[in-house]
Design a binder for this molecule. Structure first.
Ligand code: FES
Length: 103
């Protein structure tokens, strides 16, 4: 099943930054790195740290609470303590609207 969420382009992050948006009650972190937009659940799978407020380096974000590192492109854990990936969304722009999809 695919769920599609629409966000206005004006709410999108600038290069090297992230924003938190609410998608049907779920916080989602939207990143812009290397000119590409990526979106993952904003809550770290360790104990819920805010990934939208983490340090961004290339395609990686570091959770500000205990230092888990995730790949913003697919949500995979690069370094713990988190053991589970975060949900990743396919992100694309349609005109002035960001479309996020997940299976
Ligand atoms: S809450 Fe993210 S590493 Fe602990």
């Amino acid at each position: 099943m695919t769920e599609t969420f629409r966000l206005e382009k004006s709410a999108l992050p600038t290069e090297g930054h992230a924003v938190r948006v609410m998608v049907n009650g779920t916080p989602v972190a939207v990143f812009r790195v290397g000119g590409e937009l990526h979106a993952i659940d904003a809550r770290c799978t360790h104990v819920g740290g805010p990934l939208d407020r983490g340090a961004i380096s290339g395609n990686q974000v570091t959770c500000p609470l205990h230092g888990s590192v995730f790949d913003v492109r697919d949500g995979k854990v690069i370094r713990g303590p988190a053991a589970r990936p975060v949900t990743a969304y396919r992100a694309r722009l349609e005109g002035e609207t960001l479309i996020l999809e997940r299976d």
